[in-house]
Ligand binder design. Structure first.
Ligand SMILES: Cc1cc2nc3c(=O)[nH]c(=O)nc-3n(C[C@H](O)[C@H](O)[C@H](O)COP(=O)(O)OP(=O)(O)OC[C@H]3O[C@@H](n4cnc5c(N)ncnc54)[C@H](O)[C@@H]3O)c2cc1C
Length: 378
């Protein structure tokens, strides 16, 4: 097994790292405090081709694979996890879903503006009473001639307040309990509106909103795949998304490790740098070791996806392990920084707040353990 990255992959990694260090690091804390969608970062990513990087050139993308995307997401998340979050929802959950499941006509219609970052994408399955249990969604789609009439509410939707194109999951009552179906809803369609924007703990430069559908007429031409295929599409899309969330968590944990190491070498107490104490040094050793393991889990899941092999279990393992590591590392990072770690002037508290989300969205840690245990037990 060759664990070395190819030159092409190293080039992507370097491009993402350069972008992150130059454009994102200096403003990440400011954007976190502003709590607005990071428009400039999105536009930068569009200019550099990240917004369409896994889509083929005929749809406006640059045709990179899942491993390349994971490498880019790690570098971007290390600098500003919110920006990586925006990219994941836009590219993997929205554009990627359309690429993998839509007809060629729909791909031609929806993907080029998403790939070029002229439009922002979202993915909307979660509802107030349907989170982990997405089969419980209440949003309904009733057929009426050449359209469906959608009624319902979605919540917590990433990029929701600014999205132009959103993949919405709704149930067709006649097909219950297997009626879940995916539709593309576009900004400006009558009956589609955006509700409150949430005030969040972390990932604050990626915004989340409620979406409402009130007699929203969606053309049949905007239905993705067949009626009743929605559950399969949502779960398969979340499998891919989980590789991205795991890569985000690895990026956050890498930032924690680097900042903690640098601080521990400089901070002197009792006449020696605190890194000289085994209690601190071993925390760094454990972080570095588990970070390496998490990164390899991400690479493996991405490589399996790229080879067209089953990767659902591996994506769940990568997300579970990497997100719990990011949270543990950030907790230790604050401890290593002592009182300074608790202060807003250092980014450690942002890593801590951002890391927590990676254990929740696109399936909580409990849900990942359900996926993995089902694969193990059979
Ligand atoms: C910032 C943010 C961004 C998001 N972005 C999007 C988005 O873009 N699109 C979208 O559709 N959704 C999005 N979500 C929704 C997200 O995926 C859900 O919040 C998540 O899946 C959990 O659902 P819930 O919040 O309803 O929690 P619940 O499902 O109510 O779970 C509550 C707790 O119970 C546990 N639990 C539930 N069922 C079980 C079980 N069977 N066994 C053991 N434990 C269980 C959970 O793990 C959790 O700890 C986002 C959420 C957040 C917070």
């Amino acid at each position: 097994m060759d664990l070395d990255l190819s030159k092409e992959k190293k080039d992507i990694q370097r491009a993402a790292r350069d972008f992150a260090n130059k454009e994102l690091v200096p403003i990440a804390d400011e954007l976190d405090q502003a709590e607005e969608f990071a428009w400039n970062n999105f536009k930068w990513m569009a200019k550099l081709g990240f917004t369409g990087m896994i889509l083929p050139p005929e749809y406006g993308g640059s045709g990179f694979d899942e491993l390349s995307l994971a490498l880019a997401i790690e570098e971007i998340a290390k600098a500003c996890a919110s920006t990586a979050d925006i990219l994941d929802a836009h590219l993997v959950l929205c554009a990627g879903l359309i690429y993998h499941w839509a007809s060629d006509e729909q791909r031609q219609r929806f993907l080029p503006p998403l790939a070029r970052g002229e439009k922002v994408g979202s993915f909307a399955v979660t509802e107030p009473d349907a989170g982990s249990d997405i089969g419980a969604i209440k949003t309904e789609a009733l057929r009426d001639g050449d359209s469906y009439i959608l009624n319902g509410q979605k919540t917590f939707i990433t990029n929701g307040d600014v999205c132009d194109t959103v993949v919405v999951f709704a149930s067709i009552p006649d097909l219950a309990p297997r009626g879940m179906t995916a539709f593309v809803v576009e900004q400006g369609m009558a009956g589609f509106s955006k509700g409150k924007k949430f005030n969040k703990l972390g990932m604050r430069a990626a915004t989340n909103a409620e979406l409402f559908f009130e007699d929203c007429r969606v053309p049949v031409a905007n239905r993705i795949s067949e009626e009743g295929k929605g559950m399969k599409i949502a779960l398969a899309t979340l499998d891919r998304g989980r590789i991205g969330i795991a890569a985000q968590a690895v990026g956050i944990a890498q930032a924690v490790l680097e900042d903690s190491t640098e601080y521990a070498k400089k901070r002197v107490q009792f006449g020696t740098p605190i890194a000289q104490n085994q209690a601190i040094a071993w925390k760094l050793a454990d972080m570095a070791t588990e970070l390496e393991a998490a990164r390899l889990l991400v690479y493996k899941a991405a490589c399996l996806a790229d080879k067209g092999e089953p990767f659902s279990k591996n994506a769940a393992m990568a997300k579970l392990y990497a997100s719990e590591l990011a949270m543990k590392a950030a907790t230790w990072g604050i401890q290593i920084f002592g009182g300074y770690g608790y202060m807003m002037e250092y980014p450690m508290q942002r890593y801590f707040r951002d890391a927590k989300l990676t254990e929740i969205y696109e399936g909580t840690s409990e849900v990942q353990r359900m996926v993995i245990s089902r694969a193990v037990i059979g």
